[in-house]
Ligand binder design. Structure first.
Ligand SMILES: CC(C)(COP(=O)(O)OP(=O)(O)OC[C@H]1O[C@@H](n2cnc3c(N)ncnc32)[C@H](O)[C@@H]1OP(=O)(O)O)[C@@H](O)C(=O)NCCC(=O)NCCS
Length: 176
């Protein structure tokens, strides 16, 4: 099946974090959900979490979900891997946008610190409507930040080299 979006660059890497491309996941037009790139976050071949990049500008994305979503498995938290994964993703983000929206629940301090650590600028805090998919996962308010990619020091040490992927990536990664 033809992908909904072009292939991402290979070997997205920042410091000890590399991204393993899993695929493009389809959207759901009726719910404002747009197609998104799904990458696993790898450190020394260990799958520590995932990062998603939604390509589209529905209200759901711009106001509540944000363009980029990430999660680090609890055992691997505390090393700033989510922020590094965001930086590793910048070559792909910049193919589509000059700036992206990142959001966090007000009470999610780790997510807020991660976003602020990128240098993203706080825009506002908005209530999440009950019919938005984010409300179903418990979000009542979202803090919105704009991350201007032109201000990211030319992708810092993000590189396009070969990704540090596990020997049998399909066996080690999941969509969870
Ligand atoms: C958000 C998340 C990805 C961050 O994981 P991580 O990259 O391991 O982040 P860290 O634990 O290294 O913390 C990042 C920053 O938040 C700070 N932080 C973490 N927990 C915190 C807390 N409870 N209170 C205050 N600050 C906290 C850290 O001190 C660090 O700050 P620094 O950059 O100034 O040093 C992880 O907590 C997670 O997966 N949460 C569940 C999923 C989620 O909420 N995703 C975000 C929504 S898209």
């Amino acid at each position: 099946m033809k992908s909904l979006l072009p292939e991402p660059p290979e070997g997205l890497t920042y410091e000890d974090v590399s991204l393993f491309y899993v695929g493009v996941m389809p959207g759901d037009e009726n719910r404002g959900i747009v197609p998104y790139y799904h990458h696993r976050i790898l450190v020394d071949s260990a799958d520590v979490g995932h990062i998603n990049f939604k390509v589209g500008d529905t209200d759901h994305v711009r106001l509540y979900a944000g363009h980029v979503g990430f999660s680090v498995k609890p055992v691997y938290r505390g090393h700033g891997y989510a922020g590094k994964a965001c930086r590793a993703l910048t070559p792909l983000l910049a193919r589509h946008y000059d700036d992206v929206i990142l959001t966090a629940d007000p009470e999610n301090l780790a997510s807020r610190r991660t976003i602020e650590g990128l240098g993203a600028c706080f825009e506002n805090e908005v209530p999440v409507p009950l019919d938005d998919p984010q409300a179903a996962s418990g979000s009542r308010f979202k803090r919105r930040y704009r991350w201007n990619l032109s201000k990211v020091p030319r992708f810092a040490s993000a590189t396009f080299g070969a990704a540090n992927v596990p020997e049998s990536p399909q066996a080690n990664v999941s969509l969870a």
